[in-house]
Design a protein around this ligand. Structure first.
Ligand code: PNS
Length: 160
């Protein structure tokens, strides 16, 4: 069985992430969405909230599981018997960071391959930061995230 990890902060998971996930799920037997728990990065949503929101967004993709992890990504790959890491690329600006991450991961674990999927053109502008920015100022995010995630963002920003 070929397992791949789709890792990220996913704060929050966007329709662009979902598009990459669906396409990756067609290439592997099983995909594990790995939500990074990073104490040094302040996230809007807790790891548990992110796992819940992604699980709901991916509920129709049968070969996907969502879990959070901490520590090194390559260690998480070995623990879960994954042979590959999936990353989405939106634009040339993503390349430098992704190349650096690939190089580190490749040096740490030669048995783990990184597979890059180009984002669909309609999502090439989309990022978690953009979604939060638009949501904070009450813009329309209905085409950027699922209805549940839209609701959760509204709760974070508008309820007091
Ligand atoms: O969505 P992001 O924030 O761009 O995802 C980055 C992520 C989570 C894939 C990356 O930060 C990561 O793998 N962190 C785990 C720690 C690690 O393995 N670091 C070495 C590779 S840079």
């Amino acid at each position: 069985m070929r397992v791949a990890i789709y890792p990220g902060s996913f704060d929050p998971f966007t329709n662009g992430h979902c598009d990459i996930l669906k396409r990756a799920a067609g290439l592997f037997d099983h995909i594990i969405v790995g939500v990074l728990v990073n104490p040094s990065k302040s996230c809007l949503f807790s790891p548990e909230e992110r796992v819940e929101m992604i699980s709901e967004a991916a509920k129709d993709i049968v070969n996907v599981r969502v879990i959070h992890f901490n520590g090194l990504l390559v260690d998480f790959c070995h623990q879960t018997k994954a042979c590959a890491i999936i990353r989405g690329l939106r634009a040339v600006s993503d390349y430098e960071f992704e190349m650096q991450m690939f190089s580190v991961n490749h040096q740490l674990a030669k048995d783990i391959e990184t597979i890059f999927l180009m984002s669909s053109p309609r999502y090439s502008f989309l990022s978690s930061s953009i979604v939060k920015e638009v949501a904070r100022y009450k813009g329309d995010i209905s085409k950027m995230v699922t209805p549940l995630i839209e609701e959760k963002l509204k709760e974070k920003f508008y309820s007091s």
